[in-house]
Design a protein. Structure first.
Length: 364
């Protein structure tokens, strides 16, 4: 066992934390800074709670300056723009359904975009920004699907590239764009140039810091010029796919939410070395792909509903756990259907079916 002060860490947990060091913004930092976080661990936390908290703290440490800079540059447009609250229906819960579209590998394997384009589905389409170009290319456009949304929550400037596709400019006037106040301002500029109508929302990341919370300060600044009218703040689970689910549930008040392209993992024939985060997460000496520590950090998950296996890296483990927890907590008010025909999103509060069956059962 590894211990510090009055708190004890298992070797398994310590190994997981080491693997997250670089991803959490400590790539070029001394190990002493990392251990400073570990020494602040709370006695009554479970190992999973520790991993979640350290992940959040590390992400905040890495992105905080970028978030503040982006918010400052966006503020004038936020003051002059639309709140995502304007998209909420007047009645409590819509009886329609929505399809959230990610860009996981299942979407291509099962031709989900082609099936949707040929369908008579009349419900809501919510795209992750990265999926939008391929969605439009497949013929899923606001000309046919009138309730069409795209969501951006990430802070990197390259997110703007998704909005510069020629088809975005062609169909942009029919797309409602939901953007985080901490997204890069170039995303807003690209969306406006594509003639999209933009709606702003806060995304929660340090809401538990009370008076020193940037979320709290940002909310006060937005209200300062808007006569006390602020923006909603949504949780994201660390990724845009989960943010889309939150938008569907809390903002659009959709009753049934279907997921396609939200795999949160890789097919088993993909080598570990080709995974997005594999080379950015260092392993201690002696840890290899056959070790117990590696298999716990990079699990292979069996999905009994679609009879398939899926590989995950530590980042997707965190993302999928967050989404599944939201689905579980809100299962009494919203139905979540995993129609990816793969991936790891299954469990309490989640119904699994093929996308073809979803389209047959839910017409709007």
């Amino acid at each position: 066992m590894l211990s510090k002060a009055s708190f004890e860490l298992s070797e398994e947990l310590f190994s997981k934390i080491l693997k997250k060091k670089e991803k959490m913004g400590f790539k070029d930092k001394k190990w002493a800074e990392w251990f400073t976080i570990l020494l602040d661990l709370k006695k009554n936390e479970t190992e999973e709670q520790i991993i979640e908290r350290v992940f959040k703290e590390g992400t905040t440490k890495y992105y905080f300056d970028t978030w503040v800079k982006n918010f400052a540059l966006n503020l004038q447009n936020i003051w002059n723009g639309n709140s995502v609250k304007k998209l909420s229906p007047k009645k409590n819960r819509s009886d329609t359904s929505a399809i959230i579209i990610g860009r996981g590998p299942s979407i291509k394997k099962y031709n989900h975009l082609e099936k949707l384009a040929k369908s008579n589905f009349k419900g809501t389409i919510i795209c992750t920004d990265g999926a939008m170009p391929n969605v439009l290319k497949a013929g899923i456009t606001p000309k046919k699907f009138k309730k069409f949304f795209v969501v951006t929550v990430d802070a990197e400037p390259w997110q703007q590239d998704f909005y510069k596709h020629p088809l975005c400019k062609k169909f942009g006037s029919g797309i409602k764009c939901i953007i985080s106040t901490t997204a890069d301002p170039k995303v807003y500029e690209a969306a406006v140039k594509s003639k999209m109508k933009v709606f702003w929302t806060h995304t929660l990341f340090d809401y538990d810091k009370n008076k020193i919370s940037f979320n709290k300060l940002a909310g006060m600044m937005v209200k300062a010029k808007n006569k006390g009218n602020g923006l909603p703040a949504i949780q994201t689970g660390g990724n845009v796919g989960t943010a889309c689910w939150i938008v569907a549930w809390t903002i659009l008040k959709i009753q049934t939410i279907s997921l396609i392209g939200i795999d949160h993992g890789y097919y088993t024939d993909i080598p570990w070395e080709k995974m997005k985060n594999y080379h950015s997460i260092p392993f201690p000496k002696g840890v290899n792909q056959k070790s117990k520590e590696f298999k716990k950090a990079y699990p292979t998950i069996y999905n009994p509903y679609f009879n398939c296996y899926c590989k995950q890296d530590p980042i997707f483990v965190y993302f999928s756990n967050a989404l599944k927890e939201f689905c579980k907590r809100k299962s009494q008010t919203v139905k979540t259907i995993n129609a990816t025909e793969g991936g790891v999103i299954f469990g309490e509060g989640i119904e699994c079916m093929t996308f073809e069956n979803f389209l047959k059962k839910y017409k709007q």
